[in-house]
Design a protein around this ligand. Structure first.
Ligand SMILES: [Zn+2]
Length: 119
């Protein structure tokens, strides 16, 4: 079986370099993906070094998908918010970007639980 073609652009891990994490002593982030071909294991981040800017969507039909975990964490740090439980919907669309649209939105959602310990 051929591996699927990577249609997603490479994204910089901005959250690792933009200073957001410097305000934290530690953090815990759990992300559950719900949708077509969703990752069966929760993404669990317990170390600042493991934080990523973007969480990818595993829907094989989805392109430009996933969510910005960096945006969630930046928003929390800005508001000095210690706990967050929420759902983010995949920003991708289903279809082949080389063919014409319109494309339906990807139905995948990500349930996010984050706890921050500020310095
Ligand atoms: Zn998606």
């Amino acid at each position: 079986m051929k591996p699927p073609v990577k249609k997603r652009p490479v994204r910089k891990n901005l959250i690792a370099i933009d200073g957001t994490l410097d305000k934290l002593e530690r953090l815990r982030v759990i992300v559950k993906e719900k949708g077509r071909n969703a990752e069966p294991f929760d993404l669990r981040i317990y170390a600042k070094e493991a934080v990523r800017e973007h969480v990818d969507c595993n829907n094989p039909l989805c392109f430009n998908g996933g969510i910005s975990l960096g945006d969630v964490l930046r928003e929390m740090v800005r508001g000095h918010q210690e706990d967050f439980i929420g759902t983010s919907f995949c920003t991708g669309q289903e279809g082949d970007p080389d063919e014409g649209g319109p494309y339906p939105s990807c139905d995948t959602r990500f349930e996010i639980e984050a706890t921050l310990w500020f310095l």
